[in-house]
Design a protein around this ligand. Structure first.
Ligand SMILES: [Zn+2]
Length: 305
């Protein structure tokens, strides 16, 4: 379906103006912009202002109910299990606007959260209008949860709109992407690896990657062992490590191309391995330490001498 890289919000504005709301949107891109767009659009769909007015109008009863404190989507913490916190929350106090994201200590959006949403959406709308469910951090849905979501997309309940928000659309199943209207914000800005503005932590990692060309297998295993610990925090650290590793590898490839080298297959294979590792980390119950090891070894094999 339509993709608009130039002005991502224009497509959403058109939907609101025309009243033609699709059953699913996939808003992707880096930073907070996709989340804010999802929140704004969900409120706009629920807004009951007259057609000519821009939505959300901020004045109607629906807008009052969907108003969130401090401009965020609300501060009720989800825990992903429904034990100490809810599985989903509402946007403001609007009973037909739902918001799902990872629980505070969770690595992934859990299947139980999607099931709870399915159940809620099967019941009729509370206020008789549209229902909108935002699934934030959708790249952190595991395969089972993605399949549950797919069933929802295949047979969407009437007057129901699902909004998936993801930093990387490619992390979602192709079958989910093809059923969604895509709204594309600029993707992850390529981080600078060297120079005065680089964060100390990044500079330290870059230095270690620079040394990887002569690192022994034992050194790499030791490096990966640093990512032992609670899964949620290790997974994020390993994801950051692999993201940086990909950038570092890209730099290496550019340097080699400039030097006239043509045999780059090894580096490209390693780059693919890193992408696959990041996906496994997000969508499967992969062990972060093992994933770190796999990624580091792939880089070493590609560039080592
Ligand atoms: Zn309104």
């Amino acid at each position: 379906m339509t993709s608009q890289a130039s002005d991502p919000t224009r497509l959403l504005e058109n939907s609101l103006e025309s009243g033609r709301i699709h059953s699913a949107y996939l808003i992707s891109g880096a930073g907070e912009a996709p989340r804010h767009a999802a929140l704004w659009f969900a409120r706009g769909v629920a807004c009951t202002a007259q057609k000519a007015q821009p939505r959300p109008c901020g004045e109607c009863p629906a807008c009052h109910r969907s108003q969130t404190r401090d401009g965020a989507e609300g501060c009720i913490a989800l825990d992903g299990t429904g034990k100490s916190g809810p599985l989903y929350r509402h946007i403001g106090e609007h009973a037909d606007l739902y918001w799902i994201e990872r629980g505070r200590d969770d690595t992934r959006v859990r299947i139980g959260q999607i099931r709870a949403l399915q159940k809620a959406l099967r019941l009729g709308a509370n206020e008789g209008g549209w229902r909108v469910a935002v699934v934030a951090e959708a790249e952190w849905l595991n395969a089972e949860a993605q399949n549950a979501l797919l069933r929802l997309l295949e047979e969407p309940p009437p007057r129901t709109c699902l909004i998936l928000v993801s930093a990387r659309a490619s992390a979602l199943l192709a079958t989910i992407r093809s059923r969604s209207v895509k709204v594309v914000f600029p993707s992850e800005e390529r981080p600078a690896l060297r120079g005065d503005d680089v964060a100390e932590e990044t500079a330290a990692l870059v230095e270690r990657f620079d040394g990887i060309v002569t690192a022994s297998l034992g050194e790499l295993v030791g490096w990966a062992e640093e990512y032992r610990g609670p899964r949620a925090s290790s997974a994020e650290k390993v994801d950051a490590l692999l993201a940086l590793g990909s950038e570092w590898l890209r730099d290496q490839v550019h340097t080699r191309v400039r030097a006239g080298e043509r045999d780059l297959e090894g580096a490209l294979d390693a780059w693919k391995t890193l992408s696959r590792c990041r996906r496994d980390l997000a969508t499967r119950n992969a062990n972060p330490q093992m994933i770190a090891e796999k990624g580091l070894i792939a880089v070493r094999l590609a560039v080592g001498r």
